[in-house]
Write a protein of this length. Structure first.
Length: 134
């Protein structure tokens, strides 16, 4: 039994390592992409606007470009859009929910095992674990 448990834990560890590695690779790709876009947009020379001493920032350039492109496209009405969470709030609440769901599922699985214990022929308590190890 302990050998099966350690094998299962090793498989879980390998899966988690694989997921972490893929996540790190994706973050590196996004960082590379963002740096490339930043380099391109920062090297684009924009003329100063007559009403300003300073040239517009890249965010303003992008905002103006998006506004110019989308001004002729009718935007759908988004009811309650002012009540939507920020991306950070959305991620936090999603993971909070997932944590609560996982906790609930664990409790459910433990309760199922406890309810089925008489059918499984297992005894309760530390003595059962000592007997199983023999």
């Amino acid at each position: 039994m302990p050998e099966t448990l350690s094998t299962g834990q090793e498989i879980q560890r390998e899966i988690l390592d694989m997921v972490r590695n893929r996540q790190e690779e994706l973050v590196d790709v996004i960082r590379f992409w963002a740096d490339a876009v930043q380099a391109i947009t920062s090297s684009v020379r924009t003329p100063s606007l007559p009403h300003s001493d300073k040239p517009p920032r890249s965010e303003e350039i992008w905002a103006d470009a998006v506004q110019a492109i989308t001004s002729s496209v009718p935007m759908p009405s988004m009811l309650y859009s002012d009540t939507l969470p920020t991306p950070e709030e959305f991620v936090a609440s999603t993971y909070d929910f997932a944590e609560q769901l996982l906790t609930s599922q664990r409790k459910f699985a433990e309760n199922v095992l406890e309810a089925a214990r008489p059918l499984l022929g297992a005894r309760e308590g530390p003595a059962a674990k000592k007997d199983e190890a023999k």
